[in-house]
Design a protein around this ligand. Structure first.
Ligand code: PLP
Length: 302
């Protein structure tokens, strides 16, 4: 069995709003699951690793951008559970702390052109046809097994919420949480926050995992310029959240979710007494790529 003991409590925090009031909410601390097999990436990998093991595959081959939390999670999980790992990285060769740590965990990194990267199945076939040990894991861990793993998050919840918010990249985590809510017949309204521009495509990405698509709210206006893009406003809100709550967010995913909750709260979206849960999907390594963009207090460099 592939097992990881972890702790992901629900914590109550109050996030700052522009009107000097605060919005109380709960945070599901999936960022505490593991420092490198972080957040939803553990949930998505869990049954994939099990499947690979059951099929006697010892070599994980997966895909991601140069700042992919999924690559890092796969690299660490591979080392921990006895798999060789290869990461096919989108774009020209670069060096950054995330990839360097992947390499520390023994992951082989291969940079592939954006064009070749688009067709991952073909790329895998071409390179690993002769490798009987090779096991394909899609970008971000997107898979039925990933959905299954993410659904378990809902079973862990200590109370029922009126609203649950989660960032969406591939939509796998969102689909899993919706499955979990469906199973429990929960009255919770799920809010999907795509972190990419023109996020309405996320609906099809989420709905593909269902025979009958569930209801949920899809907010496409909180991408802050697009995937891995950010604004000074978002960065300063991250600073505010960190200082007010002790929670670190990352500018690619979770900061955008907190910003969405803030904006909706300021617009009066929530009713008095409603319980709101934000899923902290982890991925704090993303912060390392943006640290220089924060306006830190004067005197910090002394
Ligand atoms: C990968 C990632 C997501 C996106 O998850 P999907 O299942 O691909 O939608 C969200 N948050 C963080 C921190 C991530 O690293």
């Amino acid at each position: 069995m592939i097992r990881l003991e972890y702790h992901s409590p629900e914590e109550q925090v109050t996030i700052p709003l522009a009107n000097d009031q605060g919005q109380a909410l709960w945070v599901k601390r999936d960022d505490l699951i593991h420092p490198f097999i972080s957040g939803n990436k553990w949930r998505k990998l869990k049954y994939l690793l099990q499947k690979a093991k059951d099929q006697d595959k010892r070599h994980m081959v997966t895909f991601g951008g140069a700042w992919s939390n999924h690559l890092l999670a796969t690299a660490c999980a591979g080392a921990k559970f006895g798999f060789k790992t290869t990461g096919l990285v989108r774009g020209e060769e670069v060096r950054n702390p995330l990839l360097q740590v992947c390499a520390l965990f023994g992951m082989e990194l291969i940079f592939v052109s954006r064009e070749a990267y688009r067709d991952k199945a073909t790329l895998f076939e071409a390179r690993y046809e002769a490798d009987e040990q090779a096991f394909f894991i899609d970008e971000g861990g997107a898979s039925a097994e990933g959905v299954q793993g993410c659904a378990e998050l809902v079973d862990e919840l200590e109370q029922e919420y009126d609203h649950i918010f989660c960032a969406c990249g591939t939509g796998t985590t969102a689909a899993g949480i919706l499955k979990g809510l469906q199973k429990q017949n929960a009255k919770t309204l799920f809010h999907a926050i795509p972190v990419l521009k023109n996020g309405s495509f996320m609906q099809a990405e989420i709905d593909q995992w269902f025979d009958i698509a569930p209801g949920y709210a899809l907010h496409t206006d909180y991408h802050f310029g697009g995937y891995a893009k950010t604004t000074q406003k978002l960065l300063s809100y991250m600073q505010e959240i960190a200082a007010a709550t002790g929670l670190l967010t990352d500018p690619i995913y979770t900061a955008k979710v907190f910003a969405a909750v803030k904006d909706l709260a300021e617009k009066g979206f929530f009713n008095q007494g409603e319980k709101i849960l934000v899923i902290h999907t982890g991925g704090l390594f993303g912060l390392l790529g943006k640290l220089d963009e924060f306006k830190l207090p004067a005197g910090y460099m002394l």
